[in-house]
Each structure stands twice: as C-alpha cells, then as structure tokens.
Write a protein that binds this ligand. Sequence first.
Ligand code: LMR
Length: 400
Amino acid sequence: MFESIQPAPPDPILGLSEAFASDPNPAKINLSVGVYQDDQGHTPILGSVKLAEQRLLGSEQTKSYKPISGDPGYAAAVQRLIFGADHEVIAAGRAATAHTPGGTAALRVAGDYLKKMHSRDGVPPTVWISDPTWANHANVFQAAGLSVKTYPYFDPATNSLSFDAMLQALSQVPAGDVVLLHGCCHNPTGTDPTYEQWARIADCLAGRGVLPLVDFAYQGLADSIDQDAAGLMQLCRPGCEMVICSSFSKNFGLYNERVGALTAVAKTQVAAQAVLSHVKTCIRSNYSNPPAHGAAIVTTVLNDPELRSRWEGEVKQMRDRINRMRRLLAQRLSAKGVPGDYSFITRQRGMFSYSGLTEDQVRRLREKHAIYIVRSGRINVAGITEANVDRLCEAIAGVV
Ligand code: LMR
C-alpha cells in the first residue's frame, strides 16, 4: 500500500523550522514560526509559569483522565480572561468552554462541530477567512469537511486594512455561514481593525444568522490583556452567538504544552450546554480528552493575584521588546539604504510584520543568507535581536 506514496510538501511554517534546524550555517536566522525570543535569541519559560509549575509539582495527586472538556476551573478562568469577570455572558452562563490542545485543536474541534451540527441538506457551512490569513486556517477547516472562502482584508499598496472592501464582502455572507476574525495581532499582516472599525464589523454581522468565529491567539501582545479583547467585546453583544478559539502558546509561552480553549457563546445557558455536549462528542472521537499540565499552569497563574500580576508584567515585557525590534528594524532598513518607506512596520501589531518581500526575495534570503521567512513575506519580529538585525537588514538590502 505504501509503495506508491509520494512525500507531502513541507508545512509552509513549521516545515521552515525543520529546514532551519538542519542548516549548518552558524549565522542562520529563523524569523519564520511565531515563537517569541528574548534579546539572546532564547525562548524563555516565563517566571510566573515556573512558579506555577513548582506549586503543581508539590500538589498534584493523580494522573487520571481529565473530563472530555477539561477542568471546569480552567473553563471558568479562560472565560474571565476573555470577557472580564463581570461580563453579562458569564453572569448568564451563556458561554461554554472546552479545553483543547492548543488553539489549532480549538479551531479543528469548532470545524468538526460546525460540520456535524450546522450542515444544511448535507451541505456544511462555509467559513469565510481573511485574505491573507494564517497559513493553516484553510487546511484545518477543509480537513474538517467545511468549504472555505475569502474576504478582502489587506491592501499591500498602502500596507493597511482594506476596510471598505472587507465590510462590503462581509455584508454579503449568507446566513448560516461562519466568519473567521482574528481577535488581535492579525496573523500574518499585523494589521487590526480600529475600535470604531470593530464596531462597524459587529454591526454588519449582528442579527444576520452569520456566526463570528474569533481566533484569539495573541491576547496581550498588541496593547494589553484587556484592550486586546476590545474588538471581541464589540461582537459580544446581548443575545449574540459566537465561537472563540483561544491559544496560550504565545502569551504564556506554553508552545509545547498545547493549551487552548474553544468557547461557544449562545443565547441561553441551555443552548450553550447543548452546544458543549456536541463539542464533547467531537473531542471524544478525535483525541478523547485533553492533556492536563498546560491548563493547570494557566489556571494556577490566572487564579492567583500575585502570579497573575507577574504574568501580566511578563506579557508586557514581551510586547515591549517586540515593539522595540519593530522600531529597530524600520530604522536599520533605512540606515542600510533599503529603498522604500518602512515606517509601516512600527504600526503593525503583535509578533508579525508583513514585510512586502516577494516570494523570490524570501527564497534568495534563505538560499544566500540562511535567513528563514515565511513565503508570504511574513517576518516574526520577535526573532529579531540587536545581534542579528544588521545582518538581516544587509541581506534584505541585497535582495530587494
Ligand atoms: C505561526 O503562525 O507561526 C504560529 O501560529 C505557529 C503555527 O503553528 O503556525
């Protein structure tokens, strides 16, 4: 059976990390996968996470299975983080959360649930994704059996949101379909709607039977934990329905613990629990129940005032360093005489900068300079350091 199998192409993001690992060039630079690095190019374990782990090591009593949807205490902590403790959605009990292995599993379980419960006459809903979007979004939903269409999002000519075109496209999405939005730090463009634009997006989607699905993987890396939920709060109006897929890979640095969550907001508590019951069937037939450790860390940190404030400080440090690297990159590109105005890099938010580098330039950066960037030209700004920025900018000057 296996004789005729041809190898699959490498993953456009994680495949680059594999290629980077096997590159013998000692000066190689990895700006591909969205992983935070400090000034020394190291991906640290947060101090708040280490402290929580020490406590957990002392207090853990069992390695028995978790419930299919994870610990209720984790679900409650995640909801408070997303909505704020006093939000009407929490008071009404109309949100239901399942712990998933990372944000990717949250998206996949959402896809499985939508296919299972919201197909009409055997036709699954279409998920509308931004053009461009995270390279894995279409794969995840298509693998779940959904079809995927795009709405305009970014104008490369002005390096800004194509807001009018986006709104026009969203206004045409038929009832029963799903619109995927990035809660903050849009991946790959680093370009988010303003608060006013979020309000207009929410006006456009409200009451039309279109389900917003918010990919919320970078909370805290744009402005602050609370401010980064402002767009999502616009969507989350009385009587709304929506799905939120959270990831704690980036803001807790828990990449390899695979910790995320799927939160469904329904009109009533009864409806939310019914949705959760079907989400659980999707989980059971997929990975059965979630891994414990990462969620225990997140719960411990979020529920302890001292650890929480330490964590918020650490998220701020990451955010500040990324923004410093944005400014440095823009300055050094100009200083090295790279043609063009790169001030847009300082206006983008989160880990990524959509550099405008072409596929051919990206290829030459890799082949000639051992600099690894995603094909779309997306640069992980968090991988830039004082030590590598000059080499990076000289190489870019050489290829543009
Ligand atoms: C990224 O976009 O680089 C990250 O979200 C990591 C991944 O899984 O692709």
